[in-house]
Design a protein around this ligand. Sequence first.
Ligand SMILES: Nc1ncnc2c1ncn2[C@@H]1O[C@H](COP(=O)(O)OP(=O)(O)OP(=O)(O)O)[C@@H](O)[C@H]1O
Length: 360
Amino acid sequence: MFASDRGDEPSSTPHIVFERLHKRYDGPQGPIHAVHDVSFAIARGEVFGIIGRSGAGKSTLLRTINALEVPDAGTVTVDDVPVAGLDEAALVRLRRRIGMIFQHFNLLSSKTVNANVALPLRVAGLARPAIDRRVGELLDLVGLSDKASAYPSQLSGGQKQRVGIARALVHQPEILLCDEATSALDPETTQSILALLRDINRRLGLTVVLITHDMAVIREICDRVLVLDQGRRSEMGEVWRIFGDPAAEATRALLRPLLHDLPADLARDLVDDLGGRPGEAILQLRYGGDSSADGVALADLAALHPQARLLHGGLDRIRGHSQGRLLVAIPASALDPVQDRTARVADHIEVLGYVVTGAR
Ligand SMILES: Nc1ncnc2c1ncn2[C@@H]1O[C@H](COP(=O)(O)OP(=O)(O)OP(=O)(O)O)[C@@H](O)[C@H]1O
């Protein structure tokens, strides 16, 4: 498979292009290469995720887009315009085209919702009626019209982030940067904020770039994802492909919570060889999303063996592709005749080991 088969080229016009980007900090123990020779492009209108372990360089990379960080080498271009070298006035114009939301919302506690959203418009010198109209539209968009006079302390986390989103959109930006925007929220509120971001992305055609530690957020909302490992580009592509078949160890480590690995009690009982005792073979069936777009036929699973038992696992559906893994037990004596039937059952099948009958 060629790298580009995994969707590492943007499918439409590039909006943001990083070329051989490098950012170094001077730490007490010497230089830290926070971003190391990273090149890629984000397409106009896509929702793009950046993931990596803590310290991998995600924030640094994200913040080069609006010049909150200045790279030491390489370039970032937005709409073919290099961000470096813009004069003060051009930088202000660029930043108005790029909204940003944060984990801790960054709202002014002494100002009402209305005033928080209005502030960037005031700074830009808009007249009062135009400000009122725009703030009204935005609070409507994020579903907070009834909270215009409330103060941040009177709002839930999800509502605060909605104010953050409204404020980020005041200048009708083309790009929205999300820095751990849902990390302080509970799962249900996270879902509602993600739905709002998706809605905004579709309705306004915004390019959304987000960094998060939460792989479920990437699975839920992103079209493509870049994996950073110690500042370097590790792998990149469409989310369903990368999540369905992670190639890099860094990606596998990040995805572990979603991977339905062997549960501890099963792992404890697993042996390499039954040594003539009766028992079961434990098969791992993996689905990468390519061949199982419509899910997994139960008849195919049953064809493995009439007594096949589904033990553990699950399938996710990402952008219309079913991917995941299932652990199945079949009588060990049936393993050989089964081998030639496995090809159509899963993209990849593996015998993890055996369990002696009565061991569990
Ligand atoms: N201003 C700074 N001065 C010195 N070192 C820095 C600075 N900012 C970041 N770093 C270092 O650069 C590396 C990348 O940091 P960055 O914040 O970009 O990573 P991250 O992937 O966003 O991490 P996290 O997920 O923990 O937020 C880290 O080793 C960090 O300690």
